[in-house]
Write a protein of this length. Structure first.
Length: 51
């Protein structure tokens, strides 16, 4: 068995990075949020929209 440890930051090896990029550029791009709660809700809505 070989264990493979990726570098500390390797976005190209992390599958969630592609989803996060799409979320940022399509779902929440160009919006301003009053607080972190509104941002969190927008992220959740965007993830539900993409699923």
């Amino acid at each position: 068995m070989y264990l493979f440890f990726p570098p500390p930051y390797s976005s190209e090896m992390n599958p969630i990075e592609a989803q996060w990029h799409q979320l940022k550029t399509h779902e929440i791009a160009g919006r301003i949020f009053d607080n972190e709660y509104d941002l969190a809700n927008a992220i959740i809505d965007g993830l539900e929209h993409r699923s």
